[in-house]
Design a protein around this ligand. Structure first.
Ligand SMILES: [Zn+2]
Ligand SMILES: [Zn+2]
Length: 433
């Protein structure tokens, strides 16, 4: 019988490429068909003169494993060279790069600045490579900082101009109310009297009270109203969930049977024992979605082994608290208050909901550990907590952060915890004497 073989002489056209790590300056692409790892010829300047140590090597964003480039500087690899629209990978706003142009065009700015700086270096008659043949433009940019920064400012100006004429990325952002409406989040209004001028955080007092002594922040204001209505309230945000996760999941995360667990050192988060490193076992891909899929069976097994009754889950939490100390430090949930509130969440949510929260976090920890609501509120009944609600408190001018938007979206898609927004409105103003 004759078998039809793939013609191995025909080279792969590398038609379907994916970006290995979108946040690397020198981008690598993997061909889905032949698994080749490519860089684009338009990045030649970066590869040869600026980032030679990154030219042949990438770190996979998901698996955190090193990846070797097999076909460097091929023509027509990147989206731009293929005439396609590149996907946007905006960075988070940070000091010195808060504008949308900086956040969306960070790679383009770097690439174009490097390109123009190389031209300037050549014009000065300076060598682009050292005696070992390695590119030295990075060092030169530090030595000629003023020049480099002037070029960069010009590039940013040009990018801004180009964006105004023909935007490459879409900056338009849904409004907060669109996000809330899309996720069917109810908003509750809390009229209040604002104390002005605002010093630091917004402070409010009840309407017509005139009592400046009672001025509190908006979270506390809403908490007081809820307590007056006979409800229980706990300050929440993300830390209690981080403590809950570390304490109930350390056995899965730090499982010695996981071949990708290795010893990792990090600085103490709580500042005690200055300079001391904490050494613990952590999987190399901790917190990425790959971590959860790679260890899906063990995750299933672990969640299945957690108790189904409140009493037993609380017992396990207490029993594991000392063992989870290192992981809690690593996840910044080290304070006794974090642990206490994490424990409280078990009583408020009950074991089934807690397990759903743990799975939600395990599936993409770094993507989901932030943005949790300010407050959790419930009614205390003879049978425990009932009518639980998570509440994000906003004052009139407050906007949702990116993390909060993402949490609201994921909660409505996956987690489905009861959630609403408490909006503290300014209907009166009182001037601080
Ligand atoms: Zn290919
Ligand atoms: Zn290209």
């Amino acid at each position: 019988m004759e078998q039809v073989k793939n013609d191995e002489h025909v080279a792969c056209q590398h038609a379907s490429l994916s970006i290995i790590n979108p946040y690397e300056l020198l981008r690598k692409y993997r061909c889905e068909e032949c698994q080749a790892v490519l860089t684009c010829s338009c990045d030649e300047d970066l590869a040869l003169y600026v980032l030679p140590h990154q030219a042949m090597r990438s770190i996979d964003a998901q698996t955190r494993l090193p990846v070797q480039v097999t076909e460097p500087l091929l023509a027509g690899v990147c989206h731009e060279c293929r005439g396609e629209e590149p996907p946007a990978f905006p960075t988070k706003p940070h000091r010195g790069a808060a504008s949308l142009v900086h956040r969306y065009y960070w790679r383009e700015i770097y690439k174009e600045t490097s390109h123009r700086f190389i031209q300037w270096v050549s014009k000065q008659g300076l060598p682009l490579t050292g005696s070992d043949g390695q590119g030295v433009v990075m060092e030169l940019s530090r030595q000629h900082r003023t020049e480099y920064e002037a070029i960069e400012r010009a590039v940013v100006r040009d990018m801004r101009g180009q964006h105004d004429k023909k935007p490459k990325y879409d900056f338009s952002r849904q409004s907060d109310s669109d996000v809330l409406a899309a996720c069917e989040v109810a908003t509750e209004d809390y009229p209040a009297c604002y104390v002005t001028p605002t010093i630091g955080h917004v402070q409010v007092i009840p309407i017509d009270s005139g009592d400046l002594e009672s001025a509190v922040g908006v979270e506390e204001f809403v908490s007081q109203r809820l307590r007056q209505a006979g409800r229980k309230v706990m300050l929440c945000e993300s830390r209690p969930f981080q403590a809950l996760y570390a304490t109930l999941m350390w056995l899965w995360v730090q499982d010695p049977r996981d071949s990708r667990n290795r010893s990792a050192g990090f600085g103490r988060r709580d500042g005690a024992g200055q300079g001391d490193l904490i050494w613990t076992m952590l999987p190399e891909d901790f917190g990425s979605p790959v971590h959860a899929t790679r260890r899906a069976d063990a995750l299933e097994e672990h969640l299945g082994s957690l108790p189904c009754t409140m009493e037993e889950m609380l017992w396990v939490f207490d029993y594991w608290t000392p063992y989870a100390e290192e992981l809690r430090q690593y996840l910044w949930a080290y304070s006794p208050t974090d642990v206490e509130r994490g424990r409280r969440l078990i009583q408020i949510l009950g074991p089934e909901q807690v397990k759903r929260v743990l799975r939600f976090l395990a599936d993409d920890y770094w993507g989901r550990y932030l943005g949790w609501p300010d407050l959790v509120s419930w009614s205390e009944t003879g049978l425990g907590a009932a009518d639980v609600e998570f509440i994000e408190v906003k004052s009139s001018s407050d906007k949702l952060s990116e993390d909060q938007r993402y949490w609201i979206l994921k909660n409505s898609e996956i987690l489905k915890l009861p959630f609403k927004v408490a909006k503290v409105h300014r209907v009166q103003r009182i001037i601080r004497p």
